[in-house]
Design a protein around this ligand. Sequence first.
Ligand SMILES: [Zn+2]
Length: 193
Amino acid sequence: MSEVTRVVNSVFNSCSYVVGDDERSWLIDCGDVDSILPLIKGRLCGVLLTHAHFDHIYGLNQLLSIFPHARVYTNAAGREALLSDKLNFSRYYGDPFTLLYPENVDIVADGQMLPLYGDTTASAVETPGHSPSCVTWIIGESVFTGDSHIPGVKTVTNIPHSDKDLAHQSEARILQLAEHRLVYPGHAAPTEL
Ligand SMILES: [Zn+2]
């Protein structure tokens, strides 16, 4: 895969990542659009969401107003949270967010593969626990874990709709998948396990 470019966003230092080639770009999570825009080459095809907590999604309305054809990939719980400032927690942080473009959302299931660009595909791995909306994305030698696994940090499971046991199971699955791959977490720096 070509290189992965990271943006550290202003809200909670969440990370967004840009991957792609000269013609097609893809985003993993969407925070500060003004920082993301200069990194997009060619067409922005879509956004792969690691989960629908507000710090990972808050730029989506601005982004989709600029790229109305971009798709947003998440699971069924993620779609629900995109449409609810209660479920995505934004209402508790004084900046309520609900997605204005629900027709752009595509729901993915565990194991689903998406063609991204060239020979590169993304596989969706549902990793619930931190949130029911958690999806880990495998793209070539890279694993985008969101908040399901942040190396060196205990997975947060003391928030509404989280589940500690599921989080442990998901993390074990991620650690297997991450062997010989580079982990790009939802916060903090990329890490080789
Ligand atoms: Zn989160």
